[in-house]
Design a protein around this ligand. Structure first.
Ligand SMILES: Nc1ncnc2c1ncn2[C@@H]1O[C@H](COP(=O)(O)OP(=O)(O)OP(=O)(O)O)[C@@H](O)[C@H]1O
Ligand SMILES: [Mg+2]
Length: 260
C-alpha cells in the first residue's frame, strides 16, 4: 500500500471510530425570553447510559421534547444519529428511526387495557402490520418491560403507578428503539420499585439500547449511568463520571443555591 493510500485508509478509519453514535450539536429552544435549552452539545456512545440531572426547570424535559419533536421542535441545532440529522424528519419518522421516549407526565389512556395502550403506539408507528402482528408486538414489549402477563387486559387506570409506568416504558419499547429516552421513570415509586426500574434499565442496556435517563432519584442515576450530565438554566454545567460530577462545586451550587 503506498503512503498516500495508507494515510487515506487510516484517516477514514480514525474518523469512523471518532464519529459518535449520537451527537447533539448546538441544540436550543427558547420560550419568549426563557432559554429552556441553550447551545447544548453532547456526544453519546452506542450502548451508553447517559444520566441527566439538574434542578426543576433546568431544561431536561425540553431537551427530550426537541430531540423527538414531541410536542415541539428545536429553534436551532442538530441531533445526529450515526451521522444523520434526525431533526430534518417528522416526529413519527424520528420515532421510526429508532428514537423513542417516555413522558414525565402520565401518558396512559386509563380506560384502555395495558395491551391496548401499547397497541396504540404500535399501530401509530407500524408500516402496515396486521392487527395480529401488532398485538404480538405489544405483548412482546410488555414482556420486555417486565409487565405481568396476568394484567394484560386490565384497564391502565386501574393499575398502580408502578405498572402504569411499565406500560409507558413498554409503549416506547414497542418502537424497537436504538435510543431510549426515559423522563423520570422512578418518580413516585417506592425503593423496591425503583430497584426494579434499575434492573430493567440495565437489562435494556444489555439488549444494546443507548439510554438517556432524566432522573431526580440520584442513587438510581449514579448506579446506572456511565456518565452523568447536569443541566442548569438550560446549560450543560458538568459531565463526567457520576462520582466526579456530583462532587463538583458548580453542581452542588445549582442544587442547593449559591452560598451567601
Ligand atoms: N411549553 C412551554 N411553554 C413555555 N415555557 C416552557 C414550556 N416548556 C418548558 N418551559 C419552560 O422551560 C424551562 C425548562 O422546563 P423543563 O420542563 O424542560 O424543565 P425540567 O428540567 O424538565 O424540570 P423538572 O425537573 O421540573 O421536570 C422552564 O422554565 C419551563 O417553565
Ligand atoms: Mg422535566
Amino acid at each position: 500500500m503506498c503512503l498516500q493510500s495508507r494515510m487515506t485508509f487510516n484517516h477514514f478509519h480514525r474518523n469512523d471510530a471518532l464519529a459518535a453514535f449520537l451527537e447533539i450539536k448546538g441544540l436550543g429552544k427558547s420560550f419568549g425570553g426563557i432559554h429552556a435549552v441553550r447551545q447544548l452539545d453532547l456526544s453519546i456512545d452506542r450502548g451508553e447510559i447517559l444520566g441527566i440531572a439538574g434542578p426543576n426547570g433546568s431544561g431536561k424535559s425540553t431537551f427530550f421534547n426537541i430531540m423527538t419533536k414531541v410536542p415541539f421542535a428545536a429553534d436551532r441545532g442538530e441531533v445526529l444519529l450515526e451521522g444523520k440529522n434526525i431533526l430534518t424528519r417528522k416526529a413519527h419518522d424520528i420515532a421510526r428511526s429508532g428514537v423513542a421516549r417516555t413522558f414525565q407526565r402520565e401518558s396512559v389512556f386509563p380506560s384502555l387495557s395495558a395491551v391496548d395502550n401499547v397497541l396504540t403506539t404500535v399501530e401509530n408507528s407500524s408500516a402496515g402490520g396486521t392487527h395480529r402482528d401488532n398485538v404480538a408486538a405489544a405483548i412482546l414489549a410488555l414482556d420486555q418491560a417486565g409487565f405481568p402477563a396476568t394484567l394484560h387486559n386490565t384497564p391502565a387506570g386501574a393499575l398502580p403507578v408502578f405498572l402504569r409506568k411499565l406500560v409507558m416504558i413498554a409503549a416506547a419499547l414497542a418502537l424497537k428503539p436504538r435510543v431510549l429516552l426515559l423522563d423520570e421513570p422512578a418518580s413516585s415509586l417506592t425503593p423496591h420499585e425503583i430497584a426494579r426500574i434499575q434492573a430493567l434499565i440495565l437489562k435494556l442496556k444489555e439488549a444494546d439500547m443507548t439510554i438517556l435517563l432524566i432522573e431526580h432519584v440520584l442513587p438510581l442515576l449514579t448506579a446506572v449511568s456511565d456518565r452523568l450530565a447536569v443541566l442548569d438554566q438550560g446549560e450543560l454545567i458538568a459531565i463526567g463520571t457520576p462520582e466526579a460530577v456530583i462532587a463538583e462545586p458548580r453542581v452542588v451550587e445549582a442544587y442547593l443555591g449559591k452560598k451567601q
